[in-house]
Design a protein around this ligand. Sequence first.
Ligand code: SF4
Length: 358
Amino acid sequence: MGISGGKDSAALAIYMKLHYPEIELEYYFTDTGKELDETYDLINELEVFLGKKVARLENASHKNPFDHYMDIFNGFLPSSMARWCTKKLKLEPFEKWVGNDPVISYVAIRGDEDREGYVSTKSNIQSIFPFRKQMWSIEVTNKVLHNSNISKVTNLYKKFADKQDIDRLVEILEQPQSKKYLFSQKMNDLLNISISVFNKVLFAFFKESELPIALIDGYPLLNNEDVVVIDDVYNLFKENGVKVPDYYTPVEYEIDGEVGTYNRSRSGCYFCFYQRKIEWIWLYERHRDLFYLAMKYEKDGYTWMDSESLKDIIKPDRVKQIKREHLAKIKNKLNKPKSNKLIDILEEDSVDCVNCFI
Ligand code: SF4
């Protein structure tokens, strides 16, 4: 299980220890060497709670991992278009650590998120998502529900499903996927009848595959029907005495006589190019030393953001403008929120990387 330093992966580690202590997990953290101190604090705290070490994986030998690759890439800063940092500092160390052993990798995509987590291209690594209804990756589920497998899957359903559900299930299963009946619809129709039966059918189907899960005889998560959403994540921290990293805590700022709040919405490198402008201002005002360190990387025409440099973003008028725009956006969202937690409203905007911010 990867611990990113973010709240969701930490909550998953807590959840698995509480609910599935029989599953022997190994934990790892791929260290870029550029995280905020709170990330390292959280990992230390988790080690105490879990009673196990979190392996620190680094893809460089002599120097800070990020700086090592900055030299190799000749000062070319990573960006969403050229994300060498994730590949070199997150994926490669993990895949190297795992080697060719069959591995089940637990990924903390929440039940209220609409994104697919990290799925390795290596066939010996299988991702499982215990927080959401659909715990298997979309990729492998799509293969199972392929139209060519209708009769095989129907037979498995007849073996595992409750009698009262079988007619409706067969109706769903026998309807082929098409433009009118999409894969996602079919999958949800089946999951809405029973998550555990769906899991048992897929587990049985995978027995004939080369997936890592085929190597184990029984799997406790087959009966798991929990869907863990953001409130549950915070409760897992609270109820188990683990501290949520400080950077998630909204802090007040003042603009034009009004009060807004800002915070960091993610773990990862302090200079991550995925952060929003208001988060850069948060970094400038709350961790000025780190902001200046981020600034030092901007040279030879390379900048963290496409549109402006860090030197420009901290000009007083620009800071005010960013806060003004941020406050207006928050007010707008508070009028029609999907969630009533301020941190979720702020998070909704995030564009991010499933390898670093979980
Ligand atoms: S946190 Fe951002 S900068 Fe750091 S490795 Fe991940 S994507 Fe790259």
